[in-house]
Design a protein around this ligand. Structure first.
Ligand code: TXA
Ligand code: MG
Length: 332
């Protein structure tokens, strides 16, 4: 595995060309997006995409997101492009939004886990966009980490998780959004959010009208997005959630765990915790919390903490993405 530093401001053409060459011959390249780093392969080449599943140890039932440089490229990969897709693309692309639409046969089944729909996104990162333009290929790219583990927000996270399973990593520094894109299903009569992210109902509803809650639409939307039931986005340390009102429990639980020899950290917003627990004060703003979340958990893992006690984040739409990742990470 090689890591090439790449400066956003002046994207080095030789690095992009080298990455594009690897992708054209069916190899894997990790690249930055504004959300998390992606593990990219040519989405039209089934054997290249099979390498993504192998490198991640990802179950074959979990479909991948396909990245394209613009709306026109997205339209070529779907069999229907509803007005809602045009509106959302205009409002949020490039950006942390993924649209699920009926797929064209050109997209191999392995990409979509056999579904007749495909998830598409135009990432808002100059390096990702430069790579998409250079390859002239749609790039299937899940988060560039081993399956079930924490998503990477830096090139170092990618290198640590995947090692030589990836040929090249383009290193543009830490990502800005910090959690994965919002996934919106546009197949039913009413759009619905399959995976919350930085963009929530508050941003999306003004553009396409009221969203369906997933189990209010047609029968088949009653199940969540494939692969979303698993424990996910999880650090190696055990993560436990506490209500904000349970500050005392965080302190008590922390002290008891430490007494038994565990190394314990607490991620807090308002609760006051103190030694012997390592206290990490998280930002009170949801976007800044999201940006810091995975990096903080990666750091705690690297420092050898066994347990992370997390103060629950507030209810409400603005926190939906962060809340979702914390819930998933705390699943046993
Ligand atoms: O921000 C992101 O979305 C990052 C960056 C790299 O773009 N990518 C990412 O990919 O998070 P991944 O593979 O870790 O998550 C893809 C998720 C799947 O687990 C599934 O929930 C949903 O997207 N998905 C993909 N294809 C789908 C489909 N056809 N129908 C419904 N959900 C789909
Ligand atoms: Mg992932």
């Amino acid at each position: 595995m090689r890591v090439i530093p790449i400066n956003d401001a002046a994207i080095e053409e030789t690095a992009i060309e080298e990455a594009a060459e690897i992708l054209r011959r069916g190899g894997l390249v990790a690249f930055p997006t504004e959300t998390v780093y992606g593990l990219g392969a040519n989405a039209l080449d089934a054997s290249a995409v099979a390498r993504i599943f192998a490198a991640k140890g990802r179950p074959s039932y979990n479909p991948l997101i396909v990245h394209v440089p613009n709306e026109a490229a997205a339209r070529e990969l779907v069999s229907d492009w509803p007005e809602s897709a045009s509106r959302l693309a205009r409002a949020f692309w490039p950006g942390p939004l993924t649209l699920v639409l009926p797929k064209q046969p050109a997209i191999p089944d392995i990409v979509t886990a056999g579904l007749d729909s495909v998830a598409l996104r135009v990432p808002a990162h100059p390096v990702a966009l430069a790579l998409l333009r250079a390859t002239r290929l749609p790039l299937a790219a899940p988060s560039a980490n081993r399956s079930m583990a924490l998503s990477p927000t830096t090139a170092q996270h990618v290198a640590r998780s995947l090692g030589d399973r990836v040929e090249l990593i383009l290193d543009a520094g830490p990502t800005t959004v910090g959690i994965e894109s919002t996934v919106v299903d546009l197949r039913g009569p009413q759009p619905s959010i399959l995976r919350p992210g930085l963009l929530g109902a508050r941003e999306i509803e003004p553009v396409v009208g009221t969203l369906a809650t997933p189990n209010e639409t047609t029968g088949d939307a009653a199940r969540p997005a494939p692969g979303m039931l698993d424990r996910h986005y999880a650090p190696r340390a055990q993560l436990r959630l506490f209500a904000a009102s349970e500050a005392a429990s965080i302190a008590r639980e922390g002290a008891a765990l430490v007494a038994r020899g565990a190394r314990v950290a607490a991620l807090v917003l308002e609760a006051s915790a103190s030694a012997p627990v390592e206290v990490v004060q998280m930002p009170a703003d949801p976007a800044r919390y999201a940006q810091r979340l995975y990096a903080t958990l990666h750091d705690l893992d690297e420092s050898g903490f066994n347990v992370v006690l997390v103060e629950r984040v507030p209810d409400g739409d603005a926190w939906a993405g962060v809340r979702d990742r914390l819930e998933r990470a705390s699943r046993p």
